[in-house]
Design a protein around this ligand. Sequence first.
Ligand SMILES: Nc1ncnc2c1ncn2[C@@H]1O[C@H](COP(=O)(O)OP(=O)(O)OP(=O)(O)O)[C@@H](O)[C@H]1O
Ligand SMILES: [Mg+2]
Length: 374
Amino acid sequence: MTVTATETGTAQRLRLSSLRKTYTARGREPFEAVKGIDLDIEPGELVALLGPSGCGKTTTLRMIAGLETVTAGEIKIGDRSVGDLPPGKRGVGVGFESYALYPPLTVRENLAYGLKARRAKDVAQRVDAIAERLEMTELLGLRPANLSSGQKQRVALARALVRNPPVLLLDEPLSHLDAAQRQRVRRELKVLQREFGYTTIVVTHDQQEALSLADRMAVMDAGLIQQFGTPDEVFDRPANRFVADFVGEPAIALVDGRTEAGAVRIGDAGALPVPDGIANGKDVVVGLRPQDCHLTESGATESGAGLRATVRVFENLLEFGLATLDLPGVDVPLVVQVDVTVRDRRLPERGDTVTVAAAPDRVHLFDPTSGERL
Ligand SMILES: Nc1ncnc2c1ncn2[C@@H]1O[C@H](COP(=O)(O)OP(=O)(O)OP(=O)(O)O)[C@@H](O)[C@H]1O
Ligand SMILES: [Mg+2]
């Protein structure tokens, strides 16, 4: 039997060009859920797709899988334009929450079904191997009706993986697993992905999951990709205010400021240094991440040397602490991460007066109108 590329899992480039989807239903206004997406994903790369509910993530995956028609634009896997191919001919494995298992079949039969339909070799061995790696050997004899939602989800994931598809699309694949299992399955997913080289898109709402899995992250909002880059790029140089706000935990503080020589003034709290090349006398939105700010000895501050603040609350989370600060003349609180591992250091307390400093390249500035990074 000749083995096709679809069965060997040969890594393939996945390219989306100007991809659009407008939903039309009788008696309803047409709704444009995806508004022109370009993504160029390297063979064997793992991309995490992030974005708020309703931004078009599932719609995008369904178009790639062939489960939804494309309104405009092109989808290419390798050198082939796949827009006109039926789902089964695209070489795409999918694990969607709504992608039902066959109720009359056992888990083993569910996993074997797609392989048998493709006349694959060693079906039983492949099913056993994937079941073991996803911690579900004991489920093989059960039927879907007798599985918990977390177990069903692992079966759906195994079914997508057992084929070694060149392209793998996963929509919240681990959302129903408990915390410990989620981390274990997440690691195994990454190992399998590296072993077999499926070009992969994973939708997730969990930022830690995205960071742990992704080679690159695509951040989506309102039907458009807002930024596509490595986790470091997205975190360190957010393209706009939306991305800055969406990526990072705890969330970035976004406060109004006004630039002056080499610094940005924030309320009546003082000023922080800014990167070179920023125009003076401009109203801006200043983004300050908890991880990038630090507290210095309290006291008077020189111009551009820091922000005076009062501690509203301090939370000791053992690995680190979070100080929530009020800045005079600023209505948004500022959260600063504090090292709590240094022994005998006095930790901040409510009511303390502190000074906040940040390095210039950690002070993110955005245009208040367009939201774009300055
Ligand atoms: N069949 C449909 N007909 C009309 N509108 C739809 C249809 N499917 C999805 N939509 C709309 O398209 C938009 C994008 O939906 P989609 O399911 O892609 O979002 P999502 O990013 O996956 O969100 P979530 O994180 O909640 O899963 C939503 O506003 C949704 O209401
Ligand atoms: Mg969705």
